[in-house]
Design a protein around this ligand. Structure first.
Ligand SMILES: NC(=O)c1ccc[n+]([C@@H]2O[C@H](COP(=O)([O-])OP(=O)(O)OC[C@H]3O[C@@H](n4cnc5c(N)ncnc54)[C@H](OP(=O)(O)O)[C@@H]3O)[C@@H](O)[C@H]2O)c1
Length: 294
């Protein structure tokens, strides 16, 4: 159960920075973790502060941590090795392996929504080796990971087809994807756009293995970030990891005007329970962000 309370300032260890949190992105993993959904993957140290996304200012640096200085504006994917001190708090610590400078082109709101979904999309696109010779189908183009993957794949020159409900089609077209409704008949609609099949598929939704199998060209590559891959050939499961290099790459794309972070809403920390419920309902477009401090 969520409650607001005072905790001691987290200690900043060697190779870590302590960040004053300005914005923290909301992700499905936050409510999944609270429901025990990642118990098999990580130990939890209570009381658990949820939240893995952060944009903020370095408040102190650990012993022998020359990479950053007090006052630096940063973004971080602050997933630790255990589930514990997260980003829905005024202060969070993180190893420099998950921290990078805040992209100048992004506002604080946008920066707070960047790390987790940006790194997941980048890892997926990189692992699937998406290039300008690909037709890339994204299941779930309008969500946090989807909006990033559409733009990263477009920056690599791929032709992108992305599924969403009709209300999000104009939005996806503005990001550069060809939108397709995921309702009954999705296989025929994708086949009409790619008669020979698509060369790459990314699943950001789950439960779409049969569709993937029906639209993937022979020899195609595919991955899921949601569940084990059940389509026989060429598939893999993706699990995002902290990466300062990946965050720097996302920053380069943002500063080059090739990546933006569409914001669904920015809410105060006191509205976190409502934000998590909204995420859980499954139809947030882009990112929900919590404003923790100004
Ligand atoms: N393995 C990893 O490392 C990793 C990392 C990040 C996220 N994840 C997981 O990946 C999933 C997606 O994360 P997210 O942050 O992108 O979630 P999200 O932002 O909450 O996704 C919401 C989006 O999903 C779309 N959607 C819902 N049902 C759909 C369907 N049947 N077909 C196509 N689109 C559909 C909605 O579009 P409409 O409103 O148009 O329906 C909405 O825009 C979550 O389960 C999350 O836990 C895994």
């Amino acid at each position: 159960m969520l409650s607001m309370r005072d905790l001691p300032d987290p200690k900043v260890g060697p190779g870590e920075v302590r960040i004053r949190v300005r914005r923290a992105g909301v992700n499905p993993v936050d409510w999944k973790a609270m429901a025990g959904g990642i118990d098999d993957l990580m130990d939890a140290v209570f009381p658990v502060v949820p939240g893995w996304d952060v944009a903020g200012t370095v408040e102190s640096v650990g012993l022998d941590t020359p990479e950053f200085a007090v006052g630096d504006e940063v973004v971080a994917f602050a997933r630790k090795d255990v589930l514990s001190g997260g980003t829905f708090a005024e202060l969070v610590t993180m190893s420099v392996r998950g921290v990078a400078r805040k992209p100048a082109a992004l506002s604080w709101d946008e920066a707070g929504g960047l790390p987790l979904t940006g790194l997941t999309a980048l890892r997926t696109v990189e692992q699937l080796n998406v290039s300008s010779s690909d037709t890339f189908l994204i299941h779930g183009g309008a969500g946090g990971v989807g909006v990033m993957a559409v733009q990263i794949a477009k920056a690599r020159g791929a032709q992108v087809i992305a599924t969403a409900s009709p209300a999000n089609h104009e939005f996806l077209a503005e990001l550069g994807a060809t939108p397709v409704d995921y309702a009954d008949g999705v296989v025929q609609r994708v086949r009409a756009l790619a008669p020979g099949g698509v060369s790459v598929v990314a699943d950001f939704v789950g439960g779409v293995g049969e569709i993937t199998a029906a639209v993937l060209a022979d020899g195609g590559r595919h991955a899921s970030i949601v569940e084990p891959v059940d389509v026989p050939a060429g598939g893999r499961r993706i699990w995002v990891r902290p990466s300062s290099e990946g965050l720097a790459e996302l920053g380069r794309l943002a500063d080059a005007g090739q990546l933006r972070v569409p914001i669904a809403d920015v809410l105060p920390l006191s509205d976190l329970p409502a934000a998590l419920a909204r995420s859980r309902a499954g139809h947030v477009r882009g990112k929900l962000v919590i404003a923790v401090t100004e």
